[in-house]
Ligand binder design. Structure first.
Ligand code: NAP
Length: 280
């Protein structure tokens, strides 16, 4: 029976460290959040603002209708880039289909880009030189580190290759010398997903499909980090069949209460990092 990784406790520990760090800084960081008017984005925005307020991080936010044009998003970002009071910029994803996420990433001042999505920051991550990286990927690494298990030489399998989760987390696993395999739609179409999942010592799943990974595929003693957030009949569930996977894994993150709370705290941590970088 697996140890369930408690994201809320880990987030609280990070918060306490941040509180100490903030108390030692002169001045307050400010986080600017651009979101779109969808139910999940509104909930996430509220959580982010609540956590920021509780830490004394100032926030400004704008929630736009889902038919907002690219030009308006870029105009807001330019305004925030030029505002010296703003230290961190976060744009909610997924963005509406008419918005090009790559143009948005490139429009953020790289020094204020707290998701590590600007091309300059993505390149730094590739060379293991990132100063600030994807909040979700960093949250995954925090959960893994909390177990005390070394990644060196382990078979790590990441399912999903998105720019904000799958790819950055794969790079971080590689940096820790895990033998890292990235699975995606092509792997599934080739009928080879189960085979890769079955040999994972460390499995990270970020697909966005409820109970997509079957519990019986999990290797005995594996570590399972479930990033997925799906709503099924009013309940939030992950991408992994939690109950069955828990019987085989040594460690497993739940949904909700696993990666999510730690990700929110990494947004705060990255805002503080950006503030320190801008202050030199
Ligand atoms: P995304 O951009 O939609 O990416 C999903 C990934 O899954 C893509 O790489 C996609 O590949 C892959 N995929 C889709 N169908 C697949 C299949 N049948 N087999 C294998 N791979 C498949 O989503 P995301 O932003 O990475 O987020 C993933 C999930 O994590 C979502 O549920 C999201 O809500 C959640 N999330 C949680 C947090 C948190 O803090 N807990 C943060 C961010 C995201 P293709 O691109 O090739 O289709």
């Amino acid at each position: 029976m697996a140890v369930v990784l408690d994201g809320r406790t880990i987030a609280e520990r990070i918060k306490q460290n941040l509180q100490r760090e903030l108390a030692s800084l002169s001045g307050k960081p400010m986080l600017a959040i651009l979101s779109f008017q969808t139910p999940s984005s509104s909930l996430y925005l509220r959580t982010q603002c609540e956590q920021a307020v509780s830490l004394g991080i100032e926030t400004t936010s704008s929630a736009y209708p889902t038919d907002t044009k690219q030009e308006l998003v870029e105009k807001i970002l330019r305004k925030w880039n030029e505002d010296p009071k703003i230290h961190g910029i976060f744009v909610h994803q997924p963005m509406p289909s008419q918005i090009d996420p790559q143009r948005v990433s490139a429009a953020i001042d790289p020094r204020k880009d707290i998701e590590g999505i600007h091309p300059q920051n993505s390149a730094r991550r590739f060379f293991a030189k990132a100063r600030i990286g994807s909040c979700t990927a960093l949250a995954v690494m925090e959960l893994i580190e909390s177990t005390g298990v070394s990644l060196e030489g382990k078979e790590a399998v990441v399912v999903g290759h998105s720019e904000i989760v799958g790819r950055p987390v794969s790079m971080l696993l590689l940096d820790k010398l895990a033998t890292t395999t990235i699975c995606h739609v092509g792997t599934d179409k080739a009928g080879r997903l189960e085979e890769h999942v079955r040999r994972a010592d460390v499995l990270v799943v970020a697909v966005g499909k409820p109970h997509f990974i079957k519990g019986e595929w999990i290797k005995q003693g594996a570590m399972v980090i479930d990033v997925g957030i799906n709503v099924v009949e009013g309940r939030v569930v992950g991408d992994v069949e939690f109950d069955a996977a828990k019987e085989r894994a040594a460690f497993i993150s739940p949904v909700p209460g696993g990666v999510g709370p730690v990700t929110v705290m990494m947004v705060m941590k990255n805002t503080v990092e950006a503030f320190k970088l801008q202050r030199g």
